[in-house]
Design a binder for this molecule. Structure first.
Ligand SMILES: [Fe+2]
Ligand SMILES: [Fe+2]
Length: 148
């Protein structure tokens, strides 16, 4: 099976909603960013154009993710979420992977590694993470009176 067959592109209308809107909004933004990155990767694979754009999109995705995770970690602290350490460890691991892939791209322009991450590893991770950790964190926060 080639990577092409396994390509996963997440969509804002099908990703699970959690009980806090600011979290959903962040997830939608991220999905849109990754879609644009995915289109740019596919174009690069076809015509070798868009190196700078891929670099720029990877960097903004990384920055967006840092804020995304920091805000959720903060929410867990504010609400004393019992599984804080498990959830924040998942954030750390995902961020590490993203930083590695970004560095690898900057060093050797390995588009296949970036494509595998963007179309396979990350969508699996994001979908599972939203459906488990984020879902529980938002539910717990709302149950404990968090309304923002
Ligand atoms: Fe999240
Ligand atoms: Fe999260």
């Amino acid at each position: 099976m080639t990577n092409e067959c396994k390509k996963i592109i997440l969509e804002t209308d099908t990703i699970s909603r959690v009980d806090l809107n600011f979290m959903n909004k962040t997830h939608f933004e991220e999905i849109e960013m990754v879609k644009e990155l995915g289109e740019t990767i596919t174009a690069y694979q076809e015509n070798n154009k868009g190196v700078e754009k891929i670099t720029r999109l990877l960097n903004s995705w990384l920055e967006h993710t840092k804020l995304h995770f920091a805000r959720e970690n903060e929410l867990m602290q504010e609400t004393h979420f019992p599984a804080l350490s498990i959830h924040s460890q998942e954030h750390d691991a995902a961020l590490n992977q993203m930083e590695l892939i970004t560095k690898e791209w900057q060093t050797n322009k390995n588009i296949e590694a970036v494509a595998d991450f963007v179309f396979i590893n990350w969508p699996h991770w994001f979908n599972t993470h939203v459906n488990s950790m984020d879902m529980m964190t938002a539910k717990f926060a709302v149950m404990n009176g968090y309304t923002e």
